[in-house]
Structure formats: C-alpha cells, structure tokens
Write a protein that binds this ligand. Structure first.
Ligand code: GCU
Length: 691
C-alpha cells in the first residue's frame, strides 16, 4: 500500500502511555448487541476491529455480553438499543436518548460496568459511532471518561462523482476514475469499498456515481447493459450506509427508449419513466434517486418542449415516488451562448431568475441543488441569492471539493473556511438568524429533504487526491455536512492528527497553519477582489486575464484603462443586487458599504478607488500579488521544516506540489500585475518590478 492511501483511516500505532491511559484495557474484547445484525452492523464491527488492531497491535476478540461482563477487565459494547436492554442502560445510565435521532450515536465510558458503550437507534448510527470512537482514540482522547452524543445536522450528505464511463473524470485532478475504465464498470471493488469507508467515516450517506453531464454510454446506465454492475456498486456503498444515486440524461426516453420526444407532459414519456423507475428499483431496492443537469451547458431539458423545470422535475419525481426516491435537480442554468457585447445579460442572475418564479410548484420529493455562488466555484464570489428565496421548495447546497478554480490540487487550498463563510452567510429571509446553513439543513422552512452535495476530488492516484493535503478538503466536507458548526481549524487538526499522528505537536501546528492560510494565499495571487475568472479557457488552470473576456460564457471583468469590475447594481448595472434580501441589498448596492473582497464582483470602479483597507484598487492588486508569491514560498519552507520525522514518501508528495505552486504563483503575479500596469499606466507605489 502506497503512502497516503489509508488517508485519515491510517490508524497509526499508539505506543503505551503515549496519549491514552492503557487503552488496551478497554479494547481487547468487544460485545455486540445481539439483535443488531445487518451489513452495516458487520461493517461497524469490522471497522472497530481493524482500527483497534492497527492502533494497539492486538486484535480484539468478539465475546458475548455475558462473557464480557463476567470476565476480568474492561470491554467495548456496541449495537442498537432496545428498551430496557443492557446496552441502553450502559450507554445512558437511565438518561433520555430519544433526541439523538436515527443517525446519531452515544459513546460513554461506564466505569461501574467496566465498559465503553457505543450505541445508536440504527445500525448506521452505530457505524458513525464506531468511526467517531476510533477518531477520538487516534487523536488522544482519554478513554476512561468518554461521554458524548452526536447526530448529523443535515439529513442528506452527498458526494457527486463527475466520473465518466471511459475512465476520465470531468475536472478530476487525481488520476483516472476508480469506478470506470474502457466503458465498463470496475471490478476492483476493493478500491470502491475503501472509498466507501473513507466517506462513511466522515458521515457521508449518499453518492451519485456518474458525471452530471450524462453522455451516450452513461445514458445506458439505466439499462441491462450496466444496471447489474451498478447494483454491485450499490451493495458496497449500502454496507457503509451510503445510498446510491445516478445522474440521468433528460433525453433518455429518446436515446434509449425509442420515443420521439422527452416532453415531460407527454403521456408516453411519463409512462416510460415509470417503467424505468420500476426496473431500477428491481435491481437496487434502496436506490436513492436521480441527479439531473437539464437545460444547462447544452444538456437537454424541458425547455426544448416549452416546459419549465417544475414540469421536468415533477415528472421524474412522480416516477420515483412509489419507491421513496428523490429527484435532485440542479439550478446551474444560464445562457452559455451569450454575446460579450451584451451588457444587460448577467450570468449571476440566471439561477434566481429561472427558479424563483417556480417556488411552490415542486413536488415534495424534488430537491433543488444550488451551487454556493451564482457563478461557478470561484475563489471568491457572492453567495447565491437563491438560498432563502425559495420558501416552499426543498434546497440543498453544492460545493466543489475538486479544485477546478482553486489550483487544481497542484496548489494548496483548504476550502473549509470558504464553505463556512457561505454557510454562515445571513440571508435575512426570515429576519436575522436566517443563515444559509439553516436553509440547507431544512430548519428555516421546515423541509423534509435538504442537505449538502459536493463534487468529489478523488481519483486513482495512490493518495486519492493527488495533492496529499487536498485530502483535508474531502475529509472536511463530510465533517461539515455532518455539523456545519465545527470550526475549520478543528476539522483540519483532526485530519492532520489522523494522517500524520497526534503526538508531534510541531508538525500538527505547522500543517494546520499552512492549511488555514492557504485559501487567502491562493486568492491573493490570482483574481482580485471577487472579480473571478482570469484563467485559461477550457482547462481553467493558470493565469489568462482576458481568457474569458470576449467569450460566450458570461464571465467578464470589463477592465479598461480607467477601471475594472462588473456593475451588478440596480441603479446602473444588471440589477443582480436586488436578488438579495433585507440589508444585504443595500450592503452590496452601495460602493461605500460593499465589502472589499467582493467589490469587483458587484461594482465597476476606477483603479484609483480607495478600498476600506485604505489602499487603492491598483495598489491592492500589486501588493496582494507580491505578497501572495512570498507566502507561497513560506508554505514551501514551512513544509521543508517537517522533513525530519515524516514518512519520506509523504514528505516528497507535498514538497513537489509546493515547489510547483511557488513557481506558478510567480506566473500569476507577473501576468496579472503586468496586465494591470499596462492597462492603467499607474506604477507600483513601492517600485517593485513589474514587467
Ligand atoms: C463548470 C465546470 C463543468 C461542469 C459544470 C457543472 O462549468 O467547468 O465542467 O460540467 O460546472 O457544474 O455542471
């Protein structure tokens, strides 16, 4: 096994007395509550055994509760509770347990009974409890005084794979697909199982296994050609409490059904989808549902038939309803054939303009999946105004773990702080306290379905994510979906301790510092003040200030000799600011109150405009780009200081990437600075070299 493969399930050996007082005393015997028997419970037990064996060097034995209680020394007891049963008693000592909910768990050291109890209402809860216990164990919690309960805040915690059947991954930066090769579904179930383990350990409970852009072969996932093998993948995920979803092609009735239309109001089309749903559920009884990208970037959809997205999604929802399935319908709908000369059309407005009028028309098993921002996963952009605006509609948020616009896993960019900013954003939809996280956890409007989705960043690379430190984003996403209140630092620290070990404090603090600084560093040497883009077209790696300026994609910065930025105000611009609610409208509308970091997202200003920071826009651009390069150098040096005491192959993986980042940051700096110097003619106040 290559370095990094085990990721945060690495379970480094804990030397006696190192961080736990004789953990072996509690962990040599495991009693499993009798009535709990299922594939998920099997996973929970085998994970517990595997983790303990790795950390203590001795395999625990399974014993009956009677044997455990009668024997000498402590033991672990795990399982689902039954009223009045021994496990419930040991976990709670008679206290209330109902509040924990179906996926929650409790872990408690019961000194009187000489045991640590891990209990839950469901087998999935037990699995989460086991992973939590192993995390606590590995990160140095004292075993003799455990006492916690936890449950997920979001009901749907989903991963989206953008994997294609030919083995490629759209926006994948860590090798090939682990699911597909050469137009077939993988038979390497071991790797898929290890992925399921990683996901479940962070709390993920759903996965869509194919790209939202569903091409010719993937359209056939709904046919006999692929369904049996997909059912095999579903079984692997099922054992880890993860439901399988498929991205579907809206034009399937035509492409694989022999119909002449995919019109959602056509009776034959509706019938066709009903029969399809029946076939899918016959193969996968607990199938999650469909993820749909329709009328978006040239994908088919209901618009072709003069129908809207409520018609389109409801038709699919009706087909899935008898089986409890759901339709996840993406809101990434905009005009991707825009004329750059057209200054009135604003891509940022598109999702709201399309979907807000449909509020109240979606069936209850439809969820709209909304990207965190109105453009496309930029290093900085506004928060999508759809959050809070759809009072009568189920909504979930979509993040991008894969670093399409944030350095493509060659640059370090820990994204959890960015995601947290979005989740903490105040929408004012129901007055103060209407944060995005409360929209997507369903509590603001009392939704039955809601949650998180994100585009995965893994591939066939031995360490999963290419850049080893990009694993922290995968880990962090799951932890945040479980509980958006967790601090970004805590999540990072957990990841570091589990991958590198908890006892080298300097190492933990150094990597923590690197991760926490990385988003700001990446932002500082790339596109300034929220304006976005400025990347090479198509692959999106590296600087190209005008790369998208005269394109059809609606992604412009409008820089000229006087100034830069997109006027999205109601007064003089595209009116996008009016899509926000409450005080946010005025906050963004006024150049005086707009936060610096989003100034160019909302306003077109002269280069001499003075920011709240006291600097002019042009000087800010120069300063941040010079500083960004210095800070990228510092990342490299910080890592170099960890050379001793780290697995050399882990060390080298990151050292190489950081070296590339430092060189490439210069490229960004010089191209961006030179571009704006040439446009504006304004020299750097500090006289540094601009080419
Ligand atoms: C971005 C990305 C595409 C992707 C699209 C989507 O535009 O570059 O590769 O298909 O988002 O989210 O659908």
């Amino acid at each position: 096994i290559q370095a990094g493969y085990k990721a945060w399930l690495n379970y480094k050996r804990i030397e006696p007395g190192e961080s736990n007082e004789s953990p072996a005393a509690w962990c040599s015997r495991i009693a499993v509550n009798d009535k709990s028997s299922s594939v998920v419970m099997d996973s929970a037990v085998s994970e517990l055994i595997r983790g303990i064996e790795a950390m203590l060097g001795r395999k625990p034995v399974i014993v009956s509760l009677e044997e455990a209680a009668a024997g000498e020394g402590g033991y672990l007891i795990i399982g689902t509770w039954d009223e009045g049963g021994a496990l419930l008693d040991r976990t709670f000592d008679g206290q209330a347990h109902q509040a924990i909910g179906p996926e929650g768990y409790a872990i408690r050291t019961n000194r009187a009974e000489r045991c640590i109890a891990i209990g839950a209402q469901t087998d999935a809860g037990v699995l989460y409890g086991v992973f939590a216990f192993l995390r606590l164990f590995g990160t140095g919690s004292a075993m003799d005084s455990l006492d916690l309960t936890d449950h997920p805040v979001n009901s749907l915690r989903m991963m989206n794979q953008w994997d294609n059947i030919d083995g490629s991954i759209e926006r994948g930066y860590a090798g090939k697909s682990i699911f597909y090769a050469d137009h077939e579904i993988t038979t390497d179930h071991e790797r898929v199982r290890d992925y399921a383990r990683l996901l479940a350990s962070t709390g993920i409970n759903a996965i869509a296994i194919n790209n939202v852009n569903v091409h010719q072969f993937e359209t056939m996932f709904l046919t006999d050609r692929y369904l049996p093998a997909i059912a095999g993948l579903a079984a692997i995920f099922r054992a880890y409490g993860i439901k399988l979803f498929l991205s579907i092609n809206y034009a399937s009735p035509i492409e694989i059904g022999g119909l002449t239309t995919a019109d959602p109001l056509d009776a034959d089309v509706r019938q066709w989808w009903k029969e399809k749903a029946a076939e899918v559920y016959a193969a996968i009884p607990d199938f999650g549902g469909f993820l749909v990208k329709a009328d978006s970037e040239n994908r088919p959809g209901p618009f072709s038939y003069g129908r809207d997205h409520a018609d389109g999604s409801n038709m699919l929802a009706e087909a899935l309803l008898p089986y409890g399935g759901i339709v996840i319908w993406r809101c990434f709908v905009y005009n991707c054939k825009q004329d750059w000369r057209d200054r009135a059309t604003d891509r940022a407005r598109a999702a709201y303009d399309h979907f807000k009028p449909l509020d109240g028309r979606f069936m209850d098993n439809v969820i709209l999946q909304v990207k965190n921002g109105p453009m496309d996963f930029q290093v900085r952009e506004g928060v999508s105004p759809l959050f809070g605006a759809m009072e009568k509609t189920n909504l979930m948020i979509e993040f991008q773990i894969t670093q399409e616009y944030t350095g493509q896993q060659r640059h370090l960019c820990y994204l959890v702080p960015q995601w947290k900013e979005v989740l903490d954003f105040e929408t004012y939809a129901q007055g103060e306290g209407s944060t995005v996280k409360r929209v997507v956890d369903g509590s603001l409007y009392g939704n039955r379905h809601s949650g998180f989705a994100a585009v995965s960043n893994i591939g066939s690379d031995a360490n999963w994510t290419g850049h080893l430190l990009a694993q922290a984003n995968l880990y962090g996403y799951g932890r945040l979906a479980w509980n958006p209140e967790l601090p970004a630092e805590q999540i990072a620290e957990e990841w570091i301790q589990q991958v590198f070990g908890a006892c080298n404090k300097k190492l933990v603090q150094t990597i923590l510092g690197m991760l926490m600084a990385s988003w700001s560093i990446y932002e500082s040497y790339t596109s300034p003040l929220g304006v976005g883009w400025m990347v090479n077209p198509d692959h999106h790696y590296g600087p190209n200030v005008d790369g998208y300026e005269y394109s059809k994609w609606g992604t412009y910065h409008f820089a000229d000799l006087h100034g830069i930025g997109v006027d999205r105000t109601m007064k003089t611009g595209t009116g996008y600011t009016g899509q926000y609610q409450g005080p946010n409208v005025e906050l963004y509308e006024s150049v005086a109150t707009c936060p610096d970091e989003l100034l160019l997202f909302f306003h077109h200003v002269p280069y001499t405009h003075v920011l709240h920071s006291g600097k002019t826009v042009i000087q800010h651009i120069y300063d941040t780009h010079f500083e960004g390069v210095e800070r990228a150098e510092q990342l490299k040096e910080a890592w170099a200081s960890l050379n001793e005491g780290m697995d050399p192959s882990l060390f080298a993986q990151v050292a190489d990437r950081l070296a590339e980042q430092a060189v490439h940051a210069r490229e960004w700096r010089d191209i961006v600075n030179t571009y704006f110097y040439r446009k504006s003619g304004i020299p750097d106040a500090r006289g540094r070299t601009i080419y």
